[in-house]
Design a protein around this ligand. Structure first.
Ligand code: NDP
Length: 240
């Protein structure tokens, strides 16, 4: 029987690469998204992976959304918490709205989604929780106190839940991508982006597929001895 996976924000960028790679590896995948219907429809048409629209920052929407996915696909074996946004500003100019939006979408979402699947995983004795953090949650980044706080929060969540879940066959890990070529990074001004790339030892941006390879590794049944860890995929930009 194919394992069943949810990838949040799985219709664009890194999430789309993870959905596609898991699908190719034989998983039954549900990709979630928030607002971009056109991208989601194009993704489903290209890959055959169904897309489900709900806000991962909204707990009640996650209750309904995961129930619908489970009803259509079956119980969830693998959750990839990937959805994320940026709302950059230096702290002395940051609005409460910018802070809250990023914390809701990037960190509360990890609770909102994981809470829906963790009990079933424990009962069935198998589960994989993989959360996409960021190099900026490790190194910090000016203009991103909200984002860096949310992404660092994911790392603490991962370690604590790994300890709670280890005896139940459920592993919990985080991936910290470096700068990766997606819409999120294409929004950065070209001259700033050129400076960023110059500082990456591998001398290029990450490809979404670079991150997806790590997610597929962690999702595997064979990865059961790997838990509570943070996996850096950043072209050597920040060494931990
Ligand atoms: P993109 O902006 O390309 O895609 C984001 C995806 O998340 C979209 O599918 C989007 O849906 C979805 N999404 C956003 N908000 C919500 C929400 N509230 N509810 C449900 N889905 C939502 O992002 P990336 O692929 O670049 O980033 C993916 C993850 O990787 C993020 O967590 C990001 O922080 C992290 N990351 C990215 C890096 C990079 O350089 N790109 C570096 C390090 C980490 P929709 O299409 O409907 O908008």
């Amino acid at each position: 029987m194919a394992r069943i996976a949810i990838v949040t924000g799985g219709t664009r960028g890194i999430g789309a690469a993870i959905s596609t790679a898991l699908n190719k590896a034989g998983y039954k995948v549900a990709a979630t998204y928030h607002g971009n219907d056109k991208a989601a429809q194009a993704f489903t048409a290209k890959t055959g992976v169904p897309a489900f629209k709900f806000d991962v920052g909204d707990f009640d929407a996650c209750v309904k959304g995961v129930a619908e996915i489970e009803q259509k696909l079956g119980p969830i074996d693998v959750l990839v918490n990937n959805a994320g946004i940026i709302r950059d500003a230096v702290l002395h100019k940051m609005t409460l709205e910018q802070w809250n939006e990023v914390l809701h979408t990037n960190l509360n979402s990890v609770f909102n989604m994981t809470r829906q699947v963790i009990e079933g995983m424990r009962e069935r004795g198998f589960g994989r929780i993989i959360s996409i953090s960021s190099i900026n949650g490790q190194a910090g980044q000016a203009g991103q106190t909200n984002y860096s706080a949310a992404k660092a929060g994911i790392l603490g969540f991962t370690r604590a839940l790994a300890l709670e879940s280890a005896s139940k066959g459920v592993t919990v890990n985080a991936i910290t991508p470096g700068y990766t070529d997606t819409d999120m990074v294409r929004a950065v001004a070209p001259e700033i982006l050129a400076k960023i790339v110059a500082k990456i030892p591998v001398k290029r941006l990450g490809k979404p597929e670079d991150i997806a390879r790590m997610a597929v590794f962690l999702a595997a049944d064979e990865a059961g001895f790997t838990t509570g860890a943070t996996f850096t995929v950043n072209g050597g930009q920040y060494l931990t």
